[in-house]
Design a protein around this ligand. Structure first.
Ligand code: SAH
Ligand code: SF4
Ligand code: F3S
Length: 480
């Protein structure tokens, strides 16, 4: 076994703690000359799993490595540094990572100098770190979601003695780091963090433990980042938080999400989005701001999780189905063309068929434009994982399919309703399936495929929808 240098280790107990104190720091670490010399022009590879928060973290890691004059590669076989940026939200997210780590064994055998790093939400869980340390001797550096600012320092330590593995995973989450480098994945759309962490502690969810306490960035730091994006020609900004409606609760300034959203919209970025909204925290003043600004997309991702009051209660979600439906109605009354999407979990421990049917019923009442559905996955350390569950996986899977077919009816119908109409579309790139076709995103996050020149990528163009499928649409360019 290789030696291990442990700087910090995660703890579910510490991850649960919520203190008042938030400190903002300016990042200032300078890499050693030796690190520059060893890594200059070398290749790095990053694979990210999970949500937008992780994607934004990847951009910070890429920023660090670009500053060392390293070059990004998309093929892990060419890597000198490989980073697996992991997600812990469901078991299948973790299984993918375990599979991938296995594959790195050969790469490490071929390239002895490869530095294999693992970070992200998975390693914020003590049992995962124990397992990884024991099973995969060839992982060199472990760092957590609260240690991302230390990545270069850890590389500096590692290159002093490559026989020693480094573990630095903290569960302390009161800090915000500004001034971190960033290399964006896109030149025309960007994620901007507004809050980190989550204090909701839904009983099934690991995120509050892996991402720590909820903390808001200073409004000026957010606006500066957005202004820079606008100056650089970005067409779309998505404000990120596990619960954006909590923005500002921990600040003394009295600024809330509606105020922040309005200030961002006023910068004049062509498209502004935000993610994710929590139903009972969603305030009326946010509806007014969305209605007032054309550049705020009329699309709301509003996870419901369940349509049964008894299940919502056991999940620790702080609203009822009636309140959720009333909120949807209230928003539609002010913004009739608002498109809704949601997240739903099927098979929370002991969920009965009747309770499941209430979810299916709510799903058909809301008329979603899109929906993300998941089968419940027990997460070690969460309250729900301690419940004895008397519903087997096969039953859950059957219900899951039943829900998907209910949702697909509205999803298809809403797609069909777009046929014949013209939509501004942000052109994202070549279609994955057909290389002669471009694909872009409409205000409601629907993907539209159309014929067009590659030079349109990154621009907003008008597309007339001519054909609809459940999950995508076909359109044609309309002359201005
Ligand atoms: N903060 C966001 C979402 C975070 S995780 C929110 O509250 O809406 C993204 C989605 O994963 C959740 O909305 C939920 O539907 C799903 N999810 C979280 N934990 C899960 C678990 N243990 N099993 C299955 N799905 C889960
Ligand atoms: Fe998880 Fe609930 Fe927080 Fe969303 S609001 S991240 S589901 S605990
Ligand atoms: Fe996954 Fe962590 Fe995001 S658990 S969903 S990467 S916050």
């Amino acid at each position: 076994m290789r030696k291990i240098k442990t700087l910090d280790l995660p703890s579910i107990e510490k991850g649960r703690i919520r203190s008042k104190c938030v400190n903002t720091f300016l990042y200032s670490y300078e890499a050693s000359d030796q690190l520059f010399d060893e890594l200059r022009n070398k290749h790095y590879f990053i694979r990210t799993y999970g949500c937008q928060a992780n994607i934004r973290d990847e951009e910070t890691l890429a920023g660090f490595l670009n500053n060392l004059n390293m070059v990004r590669v998309e093929n892990e076989n060419e890597a000198d540094i490989a980073i697996l940026n992991t997600c812990a939200v469901r078991e299948n997210a973790e299984d993918k990572v375990y599979g991938e780590i296995g594959e790195f064994k050969n790469l490490k055998a071929k390239n002895k100098n490869l530095i294999l790093c693992i970070c992200g939400c998975m390693v914020e869980q003590p049992h995962v770190v124990d397992f990884l340390l024991e099973k995969f001797d060839y992982i060199d550096i472990f760092f957590g979601t609260h240690n991302i600012q230390d990545f270069i320092k850890l590389l500096d330590i590692y290159i002093q003695d490559r026989s020693t593995r480094i573990v630095d995973i903290s569960s302390k989450s009161g800090d915000i780091y500004e001034n971190l480098p960033v290399k964006r994945l896109s030149e025309f759309k960007a994620f901007v963090n507004i809050t980190y962490g989550c204090d909701k502690f839904c009983t099934y969810c690991i995120v509050p433990y892996t991402r720590g306490k909820e903390r808001s960035r200073d409004i000026q730091d957010i606006l500066n980042e957005c202004q820079k994006l606008k100056d650089d020609g970005y067409q779309e900004v998505t404000l990120l938080g596990q619960n954006v409606d909590s923005y500002g609760k921990d600040l003394d300034s009295g600024i809330d999400f509606a105020h922040l959203l309005e200030e961002v919209a006023k910068l004049g970025i062509p498209r502004v989005r935000f993610l994710t909204s929590y139903p009972s925290d969603f305030k009326d003043n946010v509806i007014d701001v969305i209605a007032k600004y054309d550049n705020i997309m009329k699309y709301l991702h509003l996870p419901v999780q369940s349509g049964s009051n008894s299940v919502l209660k056991k999940m620790g979600r702080r609203y009822t189905r009636e309140q959720y439906l009333a909120l949807v109605d209230k928003i539609r009354a002010k913004i009739p063309n608002m498109a809704f999407s949601t997240d739903i979990i099927v098979g929370f421990p002991n969920e009965s068929y009747e309770e499941f049917l209430e979810t299916a019923d709510l799903a058909s009442k809301v008329d979603y434009t899109s929906a993300f559905t998941f089968i419940y996955s027990p997460r070690k350390g969460t309250p729900a994982a301690r419940l004895v569950d008397n519903v087997d996986y096969e039953t859950k899977n059957k219900r899951f399919k039943e829900l998907v077919s209910v949702l697909e009816k509205d999803v298809s119908k809403n797609a069909e309703n777009m046929v014949g109409k013209v939509y501004p579309v942000l052109v994202e790139g070549l279609s994955k399936k057909n290389k002669d076709i471009l694909s872009g995103t409409a205000y409601n996050m629907k993907t539209i495929h159309f014929k067009g020149d590659l030079s349109l990528v990154g621009k907003i163009v008008n597309i007339k929808v001519i054909e609809s499928h459940t999950y995508s649409l076909i359109g044609e360019l309309v002359d201005e």
